[in-house]
Structure formats: structure tokens, C-alpha cells
Design a protein around this ligand. Structure first.
Ligand code: UDP
Ligand code: MG
Length: 319
């Protein structure tokens, strides 16, 4: 039996690039259908992540002109990770495999062939991994590499140079749907699902049109999400830091006592100020880190929906 494939593509304000890449996605599926690799029911599913431009209109008109396209729209912008999860959960139950891919043409669609090969050989998750970062600007390259190294150091293990281009089987999607967390970091969650997995290497191109939505601020927030939702190492580091500072203070107290006993207590203003600044700085950072986790717990406890679907194209299949 040929597997049914759903390409899941989150789109946020992509009116410029969608008309260029949509035919390429459809072309890829058609060639795989023709090659009898995947079934005729395979489709391209867009997720409009609350765009304020014409993205959803384009998705609707694509779905009217060609049944291979379908789409859903979220009630507001929820971010790449939530949009992707919404698409994956919509596709779950309708297909045997999903491949998530960005809509800007950066990920090489030809890697899908190798991903399907790995799936047919028994893998439930196949990660698309970039061969190198030549197509990135120097700033993006350095920050992105720092991002992976920092995540690793902080105890959040993710696959190096893998973003969100991956194949997931319906079996693994069922398992993923059991993960109820609101703070989403799919790159870290998917490896936790387990099952047999493999990596497929590809060259990442430049964006075909439009501009990146990942500013430095968004990347830093993604890194913070990644660390705090996958690891408690920062909290352990606070304890460690606290112990070191306490040990140092103990030496300081001994020093002060000895000085006092030797009648050597001169003004000492500078050293006192330095110690106060240092210790209060560490305290504030520590409280900040604890606050980050507390905020996460607060959001998890409220268990708000991770996304709300407001519209679907008419031709969408339902489970
Ligand atoms: N995206 C999204 N919601 C957002 C931001 C981005 O659905 O709030 C989508 C975007 O349309 C694209 C993908 O996520 O398909 C990756 O975004 P982008 O290309 O801007 O990031 P970069 O490739 O520069 O890291
Ligand atoms: Mg991109």
C-alpha cells in the first residue's frame, strides 16, 4: 500500500512567496504520485497563522483551483510552533505520513524522496538536517550555531542544524498528541517521542521572496522556550552558584573578623559596595530564572488551547 502524504506548511504573511512556492509543492507531490511512491490522496496543507495580508485568500483560491491544496486558518497569530502543531494535528488521522516544511522555499523539497525512503525502511521520524549554513548571512549563522551550542550546554538536547523540516508517521503523531504542554518547542519534543528515526541531509537555499519572521528577539525567545521547556539545568546552576557565593562569603566573613581582631578595620567602603552589587546581581538573575519557570508553570496550569482554528478551506477532509 502506498502511503498518503500530507505536506504541512505554516504561513505567516507570506503573500509574496506563496504564489511561487505553492506550485513547486504541488509539482513535487504530483511527481511522487506519478512515481507510485505515495497515494493519490496526498495533499498540501497550509496553516495560515493569523496573517494580516492576503495569505489566506491565496490559500483559499489555490484550494478552489486545485484539489491537491487545502488549508486551515488560526484565529490569530500564535507563532510558528503552534501553527505547525495545529497543521500536524489536523492532518493526523487523514494520512500515513506528514512532512512539515517552511513555505518560503528554503528547504529543498527533493529531500522528501529520501525521507520517504527512510520511512519505507521502517523509520517513524526522519529529520531534515542542513549540510551547512552557507546560505545564511554571517549574523544568522553565528547566532544559530550559538543557539544550538547553548541549548546543548543548558541540557536541552536537539539535533544539530535541524529545524522543523521533518517527516513524522501517523503512529508518531498519535504519540506526539499525548504531549499536552502549552510551551511548544517541537524540535525538542519530537526526539522525546522516540521510535526509530533517521536523518536526511539537504542544502538550504535562500528565501525565495518576502522576509524572515525570526528576528533576534524571536530567536532569543525561542532559545529561552527551548531551554526552559526541556531542561531544569539552569535551576541547578543557580543552586551551584549559590553554594559558590556562600563559600566565598564565608571566606569574606573570616577575613573581616580577622581584620577586626587585628584592629585593621579601615573604611572598606569599596569592597562592601562591590560585594553588595555582585551578590544582588546574582540574586536578581536567579530570581529571574526561577520566574521564567514559574511563568511557564502558570501557563501550563491554565492549559489554554494551543491554537484555535477559525476557518478551513471547503475541500478539507475530516477524520
Ligand atoms: N511562521 C509562522 N508564524 C510566525 C512566524 C513564522 O507560521 O509567527 C512561518 C513562516 O511563514 C515560515 C516558517 O514559519 O513558513 C519559518 O519562518 P521564517 O522563514 O520567517 O523563519 P527563518 O527561515 O528565517 O528562520
Ligand atoms: Mg525561512
Amino acid at each position: 500500500m502506498k502511503p498518503t502524504l500530507y505536506l504541512v506548511i505554516p504561513c505567516y504573511n507570506e503573500e509574496e512567496v506563496l504564489p511561487i512556492t505553492a506550485p513547486a509543492f504541488a509539482g513535487k507531490l504530483r511527481s511522487l504520485i506519478k512515481g507510485e511512491v505515495i497515494s493519490e490522496n496526498s495533499r498540501v496543507m497550509f496553516v495560515n497563522d493569523g496573517s494580516y495580508d492576503k495569505t489566506y485568500e491565496i490559500i483559499e483560491s489555490l484550494s478552489k483551483s486545485d484539489d491537491i491544496f487545502c488549508g486551515i486558518s488560526l484565529s490569530r497569530n500564535r507563532g510558528h510552533q503552534n501553527a505547525l502543531l495545529a497543521g500536524l494535528m489536523q492532518a493526523r488521522g487523514l494520512c500515513d505520513i506528514t512532512v512539515s516544511i517552511d513555505c518560503d522555499g528554503q528547504d529543498d523539497i527533493n529531500a522528501i524522496d529520501d525521507m520517504i525512503k527512510e520511512y519505507l525502511e521502517g523509520c517513524d521520524i526522519v529529520y531534515g538536517v542542513r549540510k551547512d549554513r552557507k546560505s545564511d548571512r554571517i549574523f544568522k549563522r553565528t547566532t544559530a550555531q550559538g543557539f544550538y551550542k547553548f541549548l546543548h550546554f543548558m541540557g536541552a538536547d536537539v539535533i544539530y542544524n535541524h529545524a522543523d523540516y521533518r517527516l513524522i508517521s501517523s503512529k508518531a503523531l498519535d504519540a506526539l498528541s499525548e504531549f499536552r504542554e502549552v510551551n511548544l518547542f517541537l524540535r525538542g519534543m519530537v526526539p522525546m517521542v522516540g521510535f526509530k528515526s533517521a536523518c536526511v541531509f539537504y542544502t538550504r537555499n535562500k528565501r525565495l521572496a518576502g522576509k524572515s519572521h525570526y528576528s533576534l528577539r524571536k530567536m532569543l525567545s525561542l532559545a529561552a522556550d527551548g531551554i526552559t521547556s526541556l531542561s531544569v539545568k539552569p535551576l541547578k546552576m543557580i543552586t551551584f552558584l549559590g553554594t559558590v557565593v556562600s563559600a566565598l562569603s564565608f571566606i569574606g566573613v573570616l577575613f573581616a573578623l580577622i581584620s577586626w581582631l587585628c584592629h585593621n578595620t579601615v573604611s572598606g567602603w569599596a569592597s562592601t559596595t562591590c560585594i553588595i552589587c555582585f551578590v544582588s546581581g546574582i540574586q536578581l538573575i536567579s530570581i529571574g530564572i526561577i520566574g521564567e519557570y514559574l511563568g511557564k508553570i502558570y501557563l501550563e496550569v491554565k492549559a489554554r488551547p494551543r491554537y484555535i482554528i477559525s476557518e478551513k478551506t471547503k475541500n478539507i477532509d475530516e477524520k
